[in-house]
Design a protein around this ligand. Sequence first.
Ligand code: ADP
Ligand code: MG
Length: 363
Amino acid sequence: MAKVEFKNIKKSFDDVEVVKHFDFIVEDGEFVVFLGPSGCGKSTTLRMLAGLESITSGEIYVGGKLMNKIDAKDRDLAMVFQSYALYPHMTVYENIAFALKLKGMKKPDIDREVRAAAKMLELDPLLDRKPKELSGGQRQRVAMGRAMVRTPKVFLFDEPLSNLDAKLRGTMREEIKQLHRELKTTTIYVTHDQIEAMTLADRIVILKDGYVAQVGTPTDVFQRPANKFVAQFIGNPSMNMLDAKMVDENGEFFIEIGETRIPLPERFKAHASKNVALHLGIRPTDIHLRAELVDHDRVFPLPVKIKDKELLGASILLKTEIAGQPLMVETQATEVAADEVTLYLDLDSLHLFDALSENSLAN
Ligand code: ADP
Ligand code: MG
């Protein structure tokens, strides 16, 4: 097990800088997820750590040892890819045993290691099969088994579940989590899927265009997004984001959206200044159809017309508008008969972002 340190890492392909400044420490035994949209530099960052991509500038340390000039095969890291990359002509057993054989491990030792990993991943009945005789989930487990037997310092996963269907993704997520609980190996997991990040991570690093947008626990990034990008990237359905303005009426501050004026909640008062352009964020689940559904009295009533409804299963999504801007409400009440309703905005769950910097006013 080992701590992983990225020190001012940059990466360019030709003239294009795709990782702009990456400074981050993964603690020993920690499970960190790199999360971000496609093309933001997640795989490139992981591949620099694995030694599969050169580092343009900066340093990477694993367990205190500088990795920059060390060959990929000597870094003692195990990587699991989206494509699994199994050897098609080898059986499950041979696939898992391969790296140990290369290391020159003795046959009985190899056998013990392979069987222990297979047992943990419930692959024991499949050891004689070839990859083509396996389902996607089983192949993914073989790829994980192959990584596990090497008892690496660090596990690296690059979108390992992206080729699986939704149900299997859920199961495999649980298995990866269980594996980390048992082995406690430092793990870096790359994904564009916020659900994977939220369910697996001790800490999430949210990346955007080669920058770190926020680092935090799943609760941090969900409840206290540092900027507009994170606010809208995390959470499904996405957070409502409304153009607004801070106004001052005889020394009292309000957030103005068209004709509507919401009193500025106490916690933003340190940032009060008039005529500042803002984005007001509120999650669809923080808007209610009855004031009693909020367990405090800091609610704001807002009459609206319902434009459309979408059944999500256990809840419905109401599509409304405020000052011509879309506002979505997720409610458990599956029967909403009226076309005109009063919504209650939970003011404790309101987010404000400066329209210019897009940073949260609360941070
Ligand atoms: P992610 O994994 O977050 O989807 P990548 O790290 O794969 O993103 O890619 C980041 C950016 O770098 C993308 O714009 C991609 O097109 C570019 N890129 C990745 N690999 C190469 C390469 N070998 N040559 C040139 N550009 C690359
Ligand atoms: Mg990628």
